[in-house]
Design a binder for this molecule. Sequence first.
Ligand code: ATP
Ligand code: MG
Length: 159
Amino acid sequence: MADRFIYTAEDESATRRLGEVLADTLPAGSVVSLIGTLGAGKTCLTSAVARRLGVPEGETASPTFVLIKEYKSGRIPVYHFDTYRLKDSDEFYELGPDEYFDGDGLCFVEWGDRFEEVLPPDRLDIVITVEGPAARRMELVGRGGFPSEVLDAIAAELG
Ligand SMILES: Nc1ncnc2c1ncn2[C@@H]1O[C@H](COP(=O)(O)OP(=O)(O)OP(=O)(O)O)[C@@H](O)[C@H]1O
Ligand SMILES: [Mg+2]
């Protein structure tokens, strides 16, 4: 029973592999906070989750500047929050985030560390560190009541 798991992605396809495993293992209703610098791979990871759930590539590939992107054509809805341009928590609350967090989709929040007070306490944090042009260290940390069996299942798939 673990509350954290470290995954080393040596290239982009390894990041996508993590996304596929997340799509296969995260219970509906999970909230994931993505923490990492510009270009760390937060969007890449989220797109891989949506793709695995059945969202067509065309939908996930288009560049977008919307704050919440909703992918509803897959097995489970995916809500992708890009909070980069939000100034403060009030702006985040104005988007009505609890409706998403309390729902049955999967929520991925880029820059979640800037808005911890808005996020539910039970969630998965993924801290991405850039270690080279294509190398990324990903630390998955279960917070609050995030089920440790899920982390174990992710680790078993990737370990
Ligand atoms: N191992 C890797 N995993 C993910 N992306 C990688 C990896 N190696 C290289 N890249 C490149 O890094 C970039 C990651 O971009 P992405 O948009 O996913 O980052 P981001 O964390 O969402 O950035 P931003 O904060 O600007 O939204 C892409 O250009 C991708 O090709
Ligand atoms: Mg991004």
